[in-house]
Design a protein around this ligand. Sequence first.
Ligand code: AMP
Ligand code: ZN
Ligand code: FE
Ligand code: FE
Length: 270
Amino acid sequence: MVADLHVHTNFSDGTHSPEEVVEQAKKVGLKTIAITDHDVIDGVGGAVAVGGKLGVEVIAGIEFTTEIPKTEIHILGYFIDLKNVILLETLEKIQEGRRKRIYKMVDKLKGLKVEIPEEKISEIVKLKSPGRPHLARVLLEEGLVMTFKEAFDRYLDFHAPAYVGHYKLSPWQAIGLIRKADGIAVYAHPGTSNCDLMIPQLMAGGLAGIEVYYTGHSQSQTNHYLHLARKYGLLVTGGSDYHGFRSGREVELGRLTIPDELVEKLRARR
Ligand code: AMP
Ligand code: ZN
Ligand code: FE
Ligand code: FE
């Protein structure tokens, strides 16, 4: 039996509900999944409930978007206490920043003569933790771009004209917060951010693991991070980064799995 420890739902920028995700997990034979939505934990409860009925273990997780001056770093938290007050308060602040940022990006788009209908904007900001993929999907639905990728290339990418940042934690703040909420902090898809030299500094802040197995990692990246995990004594995790169907990221749930043994090592660290 196997596990997928990086899964998004429609509580952030996935397209399926937590319940649907767990049903799909059951269908594809996963024993364990972790729900790791961007800057939000509200999807976990529903997934745990359905997981209990279907016999799929659901680990309470999160994926924090953090930044350092050079780049964005994503930090995963596992086995977090969903009731931790400091965690909840911090998430509220981040989420408010994400919603305000949607309005700012819509304004920038308007300035570029790209008009998003009012009702679509209010749909997006109803979400606690909306992001750029939500805007990209609306641009596509409205025929304002031909592909999801074009939405990013023309408007939403970091260097594109409609980009707006939002309130983010530093990776050390995210790691500290995960630990305060009794969780285990893991560096997500390190191959994407390319900040290997930071790993010892992140470990000094309490980083416990590294996402070695990831759909976006090449075989040589996987080998490289496995080597680094051994060198530094970091836990090894992995997952698909599933976002659902027509999400702009077409990866199937369980496309990438890790053995139980690695989940047990993660659990043992609690
Ligand atoms: P946000 O957290 O709102 O800034 O949105 C970040 C998300 O947008 C990432 O997790 C990706 O899923 C997606 N994304 C970022 N850049 C691109 C890109 N160039 N093409 C497609 N998706 C992207
Ligand atoms: Zn995402
Ligand atoms: Fe990520
Ligand atoms: Fe992710």
